[in-house]
Design a protein around this ligand. Sequence first.
Ligand SMILES: Nc1ncnc2c1ncn2[C@@H]1O[C@H](COP(=O)(O)OP(=O)(O)OP(=O)(O)O)[C@@H](O)[C@H]1O
Ligand SMILES: [Mg+2]
Length: 345
Amino acid sequence: MRNTIAVMNTKGGVGKSTIVLAIAETLAAQHGKNVLVIDSDAQASVSAMLMATTSLRKLQGDGRTLVDYLVAAVLRDTQVEWTDFVVGGVSDVDDARSVYVMPSDMQLTLFEREVSKESLHGRLRASIGGLLSRARIVFDLVLIDCPPGLSVLTECWLREADFHLSPTKPDYISVCGLDVFSRFKQLNPEMGFAENLGVLVNMKDRQSAEDEEYHRWLAGNPDNRCFEQVLPRMNALQQAARFQGEERSFGAKYPGEIGMAVRGLAAEILHRLAVADAALTSNSTPQQASPQRGAKRPLEPGAASARTAPSAVPGGGSVSAGTTTNGMGAGARPVGAGAGAAKPG
Ligand SMILES: Nc1ncnc2c1ncn2[C@@H]1O[C@H](COP(=O)(O)OP(=O)(O)OP(=O)(O)O)[C@@H](O)[C@H]1O
Ligand SMILES: [Mg+2]
């Protein structure tokens, strides 16, 4: 099944990390899905949203991040087990026990500089492709939180992932970011590129006529494949970014209207993935159909709970939990496409 999604807009601050967090927690808590979040941003925003700062610092100090994986696989060209860099038991939502993360580190910037200096782009892309092909089988969904801009690493995710999902604010500059992305996609098409899963309008202010105008304009372009579901600008979603030492229910973290919105978005994503999968299967001979289809989901209901024990990576591999239940501590809390740009109308 094609289930790897790069969450991407070249524009910063449109809600990419927040949306990765919300989708991961909703799919885990409401649909029982095993979700891997790959934090590909040196700011490590989504890592910090998923675990206590002390836990994140410890993982970074212990060399257990995506960056450590990439340094070993790409710069040192050594064989490493990807699951050693996947952390379970994250998220402060009590029902979201099947969210996993490959955390990030600010060293990512230095890593990318080395890749460019040593011209290791080919090896980087092969490593990213290999990682996604293994994660695709083990997890129900893989979400890659991309940084703003277009780095060599982001390009690899975009060429190797199955889909991209592009959050945007309904405003001029965010839409320009989508346009840059769309034009980038058209360069070197022979190198492959993720398929557009959809553009997601985020932080829409219901009272704003201009937001409404931009939303309509985005939705009017079929290339955008805008999600029906829109995420309104709401304090609850801003607060969701702040990891709490104490667990809370899904409803407490995503109350009322925002809870309905993230549930609606998660359902729409699952529907679009199923439609894309069905389309692929109907276009393939039986032998060509996705080999992972129907693969046993390794984390069966009733498997070891992260509440009581370090959780296991679905499908095996070693992992340590990163939150309040594993002794790493409740610790300190973090303090916290395809558009054509231009103005509508
Ligand atoms: N729907 C929303 N309502 C209110 N605040 C939101 C919403 N979505 C995101 N935010 C807030 O907007 C800010 C930017 O969000 P976020 O960090 O997720 O964006 P980003 O695109 O990942 O940024 P960057 O490009 O720096 O990685 C954060 O303060 C976040 O809490
Ligand atoms: Mg971000």
